[in-house]
Design a protein around this ligand. Structure first.
Ligand SMILES: *[C@@H]1O[C@H](CO)[C@@H](O)[C@H](O)[C@H]1NC(C)=O
Ligand SMILES: *[C@@H]1O[C@H](CO)[C@@H](O)[C@H](O)[C@H]1NC(C)=O
Ligand SMILES: *[C@@H]1O[C@H](CO)[C@@H](O)[C@H](O)[C@H]1NC(C)=O
Ligand SMILES: [Cu+2]
Length: 236
């Protein structure tokens, strides 16, 4: 029984240890509505819980596609928006510059690379749009972008996404290994991502907001292997 408990506990950790599960992102296409196809393949249930008053939840890597869900929505001042990151692949949520797709907005928030975690922003100015994208190489040009309060700006979600996809391999090079950046313009983060699995498996990696996502995954993967060995020994 102890072994079973251990096994259940380490499953998400093992998933972290092998992050490349989606296959390559779809090649950048001229299709102006790239999300419609992936949404039509409704299969796995989203991991984010339903919204509640003043609280919205966004799935990152929705149904193992390079999308945010929802990706185009409005939210008044004070709304907290929590991004739910999957276990199987690292992603980011970075505030974007609408005039420069797949590039960060100066002064914007940045979750940094993360998996199996949550990252929350609060809308502080609903009179302006807030654009966001995933800066992991190839994800943004695959259409992994979103906007809050699109109707307050001049660049629609569809335009922003089409511009991102048109970049193809010419995606701006962006630092992938920085620590999370709090603050933001129009919406603000007050902390970096918090781990979903922290309560289930307290580890030296929890609370390491300055640790890079890559390091976190490496350390977590190592701990996962350690637990596997321990459970195997217990089973004998
Ligand atoms: C939301 O907050 C911003 C910044 O304080 C303010 O300018 C704006 O009027 C507020 N929106 C509403 C609907 O009150
Ligand atoms: C949208 O365009 C109008 C007119 O060019 C400009 O005044 C306004 O500042 C723009 N809004 C944003 C959010 O860029
Ligand atoms: C995005 O949302 C706005 C309303 O907030 C809506 O008018 C628009 O059609 C949506 N765009 C897409 C591509 O769904
Ligand atoms: Cu991503």
């Amino acid at each position: 029984m102890i072994t079973t408990a251990f096994t259940i506990l380490i499953l998400p950790l093992l998933a972290l240890a092998s992050p490349q599960l989606y296959g390559p992102p779809p090649p950048p296409a001229n299709d102006p509505t790239p999300t419609s196809a992936s949404v039509a393949v409704a299969a796995a249930a989203p991991s984010a819980p339903p919204d509640s008053p003043g609280q919205m939840n966004v799935d990152v890597g929705f149904q193992e596609t390079f999308t945010f869900h929802p990706s185009n929505f409005s939210a008044p001042n004070g709304t907290t928006i929590t991004f739910f990151f999957p276990a199987d692949l690292q992603h980011t949520v970075v505030e974007g510059d609408p005039t420069n797709p797949c590039a960060p907005l100066a002064g914007g928030f940045d979750s940094s690379l993360t998996a199996s975690s949550q990252f929350t922003i609060t809308v502080t100015d609903d009179t302006r749009p807030v654009y966001f994208f995933c800066k992991v190489l190839t994800h943004c040009p695959a259409g992994m972008v979103g906007v809050i309060n699109e109707n307050k700006g001049n660049v629609t979600f569809a335009q922003y996404q089409a511009a991102a996809m048109a970049l193809g391999n010419t995606q701006p090079s962006v630092d992938q290994n920085n620590a999370p950046i709090t603050g933001g313009i129009g919406a603000q983060a007050t902390a970096g991502p918090s781990s979903d699995i922290a309560s289930a498996a307290p580890s030296p990696t929890s609370g390491g907001s300055g640790t890079s996502g890559a390091t976190r995954v490496a350390v977590t993967g190592f701990l996962g292997l350690l637990v596997v060995v321990m459970s195997a020994m217990l089973a004998l």
